[in-house]
Design a protein around this ligand. Structure first.
Ligand SMILES: Nc1nc2c(ncn2[C@@H]2O[C@H](COP(=O)(O)OP(=O)(O)OP(=O)(O)O)[C@@H](O)[C@H]2O)c(=O)[nH]1
Ligand SMILES: [Mg+2]
Length: 455
C-alpha cells in the first residue's frame, strides 16, 4: 500500500460509515448519551453486552475530524471533562445540531477476513433536537390551521395569558416590525415557560433553539386567531410561516435527517411522570408526531426527499433510569413501550427494526434500601447538586402501564396514588479502573442494538 492509499484510509474515503442520529426532546439526555457512548467505545471495560467489544473484535477507537465541514463538531472533550472532571457536573444545554466522527478499527472477519486484514468503520454521530422532528406537523398545515391548533394547545399553559394580552388591541390591518417582534418574543417566552413546566410539544422547534437564525424574519412570527384573518399582519406572518417551512424545516430534513442510518430516540419518561398526567399525555402525543418522520406513509414531500433511503434501526430509550432501583426498570420500559405503542402499531417503520429499553447513559447513583414504616423500599443513593448525599425512593411504578396512561389520556389533573418524585443527582466522582469508561446502565446493550451488526 502506498502512502496515498493509507492516507485515504485515514481520511475514511471508501470505509463504511454508519450515521447514527441521536434525538429527543429538550433535556432528554442527548448530550450525556453521546458523551458517554463515545467515552465507553474508546474505553470498553464496561461494554460487555456490546459483542464486538466483549469478544475483542474492536481493536481501537479514535476520534477523527468529521467529514462535514459546515456542521459544528460535538464538543466531546468539554462535555466529558464536565462529567468526569474533579468537580463533576452536567453539561449545559445544546443550541444547534452537532456531529462527531468516531472511527473503529475492527478485526478482519468472515472468510475473506484473512485476506483483507483489519477493517475500519466510521461512526458519525449526529445530535439534533426532537423539536425539529415535531416541526413536521407544520409542513402539513397552513398558517391559519396551525394558528388555531397552537392557540388551542396553549390554553392553561404558562405564558398563554401574556401572549393573549400582547395581541390585545392590535389592528389586524397594520403591520410593523416592532409589533411582530413583540408577538414572536412573547410567544417564544411562552414556549420556554411551557418547556420548563414539563410540556413536550413546544413548536416551532427553532424558536426554542434558534442558533444563528435568531431574530431573522423566518423566526419572527406567531400564531394569530381568526379575527386577524387576511389582514396585513396575518398576511406577513403567513409569508414568514411559509418561509420557516421552506428555509428551516425542509433543509433540516434534507441535510441531516435524510442521511441517517440508525436512530436513537431518547425519552425522559420519568420526568414526565413526575410532572403529572397531562405532561405524560402531551409527551405521548409529541412522540407519536415525532415518529411520523420514520413512517412509510409520511408526508409526500418527505417521502420524495428520502426516496428509498430508510432508517434501518430505531431504539427508543427511557433515559435517566439510574433514578430507579433496577427492580423497577422493566416497568419503566413497559411504560415507554405502551406510550409508543399506538404510533408503532400504525406502521412498521418501513421495515426498520425497533426496540425499547431503559438506560442511564451516566449512572449517578448506587442502589440502596430505605426502611419506612417497617418495610424495606428499593431505593437509590447519590450526590445531590449541593454536594450532600441522599437516598431516595421515587415511588413504585405500576406493573400495568395503563394505570398511568389511561388517566393521562382522560385528562386527570393528578395521579390517583400520589406523586412520583424525582431528585436531581449530580454525576458521581469517577473511580474507574484504567480501560473503563464512565458508569452507565445498559448503554452497552443500546450500542449493540444500534451498531453491533455492523461491527
Ligand atoms: N441521573 C441521570 N441524569 C441524567 C442522565 N442523562 C441526563 N441526565 C440529566 O438530564 C439533563 C439533560 O441532559 P442532556 O444530555 O444535557 O440533555 P439534552 O437532551 O442534550 O438537552 P438539550 O441539549 O438542552 O436539549 C442533565 O443535565 C442531567 O440532569 C443520566 O444518565 N442519569
Ligand atoms: Mg444537548
Amino acid at each position: 500500500m502506498g502512502i496515498g492509499s493509507s492516507m485515504m484510509a485515514g481520511l475514511g474515503l471508501g470505509d463504511p460509515v454508519i450515521r447514527l442520529g441521536v434525538t429527543g426532546l429538550s433535556r432528554a439526555g442527548k448530550t450525556v448519551f453521546i458523551t458517554s457512548l463515545v467515552a465507553n467505545l474508546m474505553d470498553r471495560g464496561r461494554m460487555h453486552a456490546l459483542r464486538a467489544a466483549a469478544d475483542g473484535s474492536i481493536k481501537a477507537a479514535w476520534l477523527q475530524p468529521q467529514p462535514d465541514d459546515t456542521i459544528p463538531r460535538f464538543d466531546f472533550e468539554r462535555h466529558l471533562a464536565a462529567l468526569t472532571g474533579p468537580d463533576p457536573h452536567w453539561p449545559e444545554g445544546t443550541c444547534h445540531v452537532s456531529q462527531l466522527r468516531l472511527s473503529l478499527r475492527l478485526d478482519a472477519r468472515g472468510l475473506l477476513g484473512g485476506l483483507t486484514g483489519p477493517r475500519t468503520v466510521h461512526l458519525d454521530i449526529v445530535d439534533y433536537p426532537g423539536e425539529w422532528l415535531l416541526d413536521l406537523r407544520l409542513m402539513e398545515r397552513d398558517f391559519s390551521e396551525w394558528s388555531a391548533e397552537v392557540l388551542d394547545r396553549m390554553e392553561g399553559r404558562p405564558g398563554a395569558d401574556a401572549y393573549h394580552a400582547a395581541m390585545n388591541g392590535l389592528d389586524p390591518d397594520r403591520f410593523d416590525e416592532p409589533t411582530a417582534q413583540r408577538l414572536a418574543q412573547t410567544y417564544t417566552a411562552h414556549l420556554h415557560a411551557a418547556r420548563e413546566a414539563g410540556w413536550s410539544d413546544c413548536t416551532p422547534g427553532r424558536f426554542l433553539i434558534p442558533g444563528e437564525m435568531e431574530g431573522s424574519p423566518a423566526l419572527t412570527f406567531a400564531p394569530l386567531p381568526a379575527r386577524f384573518a387576511e389582514g396585513r399582519l396575518h398576511k406577513e406572518f403567513r409569508r414568514r410561516f411559509d418561509a420557516y417551512k421552506a428555509r428551516v424545516v425542509k433543509p433540516f430534513f434534507r441535510d441531516h435527517f435524510a442521511r441517517i442510518d440508525r436512530q436513537v430516540v431518547l425519552v425522559d419518561v420519568l420526568g414526565a411522570i413526575h410532572q403529572g398526567p397531562r405532561a405524560v399525555e402531551d409527551m405521548r402525543r409529541a412522540m407519536a408526531d415525532i415518529l411520523t418522520a420514520f413512517r412509510p406513509g409520511r408526508a409526500g414531500w418527505l417521502a420524495q426527499l428520502l426516496g428509498t433511503r430508510r432508517v434501518e434501526r430505531i431504539l427508543f430509550a427511557a433515559t435517566k433510569a439510574d433514578h430507579l432501583h433496577h427492580v423497577q426498570h422493566n416497568r419503566l420500559t413497559a411504560i415507554l413501550s405502551a406510550m409508543l405503542r399506538e404510533a408503532r402499531d400504525r406502521a412498521d417503520f418501513s421495515g426498520a427494526r425497533t426496540e425499547a429499553m431503559s438506560i442511564a447513559a451516566l449512572r449517578a447513583t448506587t442502589e440502596d434500601t430505605i426502611r419506612q414504616d417497617g418495610t424495606e423500599l428499593p431505593a437509590v443513593r447519590g450526590r445531590l447538586l449541593d454536594g450532600r448525599q441522599a437516598a431516595f425512593y421515587p415511588g413504585e411504578l405500576p406493573a400495568d402501564p395503563a394505570a398511568l396512561l389511561h388517566p393521562a389520556r382522560d385528562g386527570a389533573p393528578d395521579w390517583l396514588d400520589g406523586d412520583y418524585a424525582i431528585m436531581n443527582f449530580a454525576p458521581a466522582p469517577m473511580t474507574a479502573r484504567p480501560g473503563d469508561g464512565p458508569p452507565h446502565i445498559r448503554l452497552d446493550r443500546a450500542a449493540d442494538f444500534l451498531i453491533g451488526d455492523r461491527l
